[in-house]
Design a binder for this molecule. Structure first.
Ligand code: UDP
Ligand code: MG
Length: 321
């Protein structure tokens, strides 16, 4: 489908990875050279490391690598901004120099051989986005597997649609990246935003390995923070839930009012109880509904301030090109 051999940039976020980087950098290079030799990607393809404000020698290692071999390139963020921002910084830098990007973690957990299938999906089928999906999590502990899979399910229930078991290992064409750059929001959750860009996409499956060295930077606490960020930046469903809950509380309050009035009429209450109960029920119900309504407007404002594109055109007939 895509006739030209694409220039590929492999984008790799790195935070305090001095133990693992010397091991994995040659692996990425080997993969890049293999793809170039097979004429699947262009000679101008590169490996782009993004140093995310590491406190160890990561940046020094990246600089040394780029001196040794021009296939290695690096950029450094002024301080640690987190994985998502590091990936975005790399993708936005790469998109002006290449046709396709593949983002991957630097710890060797994601199988680099899946890149072959990703590039094939772009070259042969014209897929602009190819998601790397973990086919199994056997190398993860039961706890990590349980929490991680729960993460994807919970996200979907809360209205933040993400590709199940897909992290940030994916191919995106520079064309799709230019559209993604129009999403002006600051709270970014790429896993949820990339599907919103649209275009022809597919998934490739791979087995996730264990980290080659160093430690995970995503303990449960950070994963919960990521889920919270993902939900609140993608969906206003929590506000909807408050509105519906408000209506439910109002209904219960109404029943409470009826009950207290009937009890008072029967005469089974002390003086003042029924009127107090009525007031409490009324105020509770009305407050819950009002909060929901205000929330709906805040939700709308939230969606507006993101300034997301209202449409993205993927194809047009000759005359309109
Ligand atoms: N990372 C980053 N900034 C951070 C935390 C992590 O750039 O603040 C990078 C890290 O170097 C790695 C990737 O994000 O390449 C994924 O992190 P990690 O392997 O620790 O997460 P896990 O695979 O355990 O979920
Ligand atoms: Mg990892």
């Amino acid at each position: 489908m895509n006739n030209k051999t694409p220039v590929l940039y492999i984008v790799i976020p790195c935070y305090n990875e001095q133990e693992v980087l010397p091991q994995t950098a040659p692996m990425f290079l080997q993969k890049l050279c293999q793809l170039i030799n097979e004429k699947k990607i262009d000679e101008k393809s590169r490996i782009l490391f993004v140093n995310d404000g590491s406190k160890d020698n990561t940046w020094e290692i990246i600089k040394k690598l780029s001196e040794q071999n021009p296939y290695y390139q690096g950029i450094a963020q002024s301080r640690n901004r987190g994985h998502q921002n590091a990936v975005l910084a790399g993708l936005m830098t790469a998109m002006n120099h290449c046709d396709i990007t593949i983002s991957i973690d630097c710890d060797g957990q994601d199988d680099i051989n899946a890149m072959d299938d990703m590039v094939d999906a772009y070259n042969n089928e014209g897929c602009e986005i190819v998601y790397g999906v973990r086919s199994s999590r056997e190398s993860d502990t039961f706890f990590k597997r349980f929490t991680a899979e729960g993460f994807y399910k919970f996200m979907n229930v809360m209205g933040a649609e993400v590709v199940f078991n897909h992290a940030d290992y994916r191919l995106i064409s520079s064309r799709a990246l230019h559209e993604l750059s129009e999403f002006k929001e600051v709270n970014i959750f790429l896993r949820g935003m990339v599907p919103l860009v649209g275009f022809k996409s597919t998934s490739v499956y791979y087995v996730r390995h264990e980290r080659l060295a160093g430690e995970s930077h995503y303990p449960l606490k950070k994963m919960l923070a990521l889920a919270f960020d993902g939900i609140t930046s993608l969906s206003i469903k929590p506000i909807r839930i408050i509105t519906v809950l408000g209506m439910f509380i109002t209904l219960i309050s109404f029943i409470g009012i009826l009950w207290s009035v009937i009890s008072a009429l029967i005469g089974s209450t002390v003086a003042g109880w029924a009127s107090m109960t009525c007031i409490i029920c009324f105020v509770c119900g009305i407050q819950a509904v009002f909060l929901g309504i205000i929330g709906e407007y805040i939700g709308k404002i939230y969606l507006e301030v993101k300034g997301r594109p209202r449409y993205i055109i993927s194809e047009s007939t000759d005359e309109l090109k």
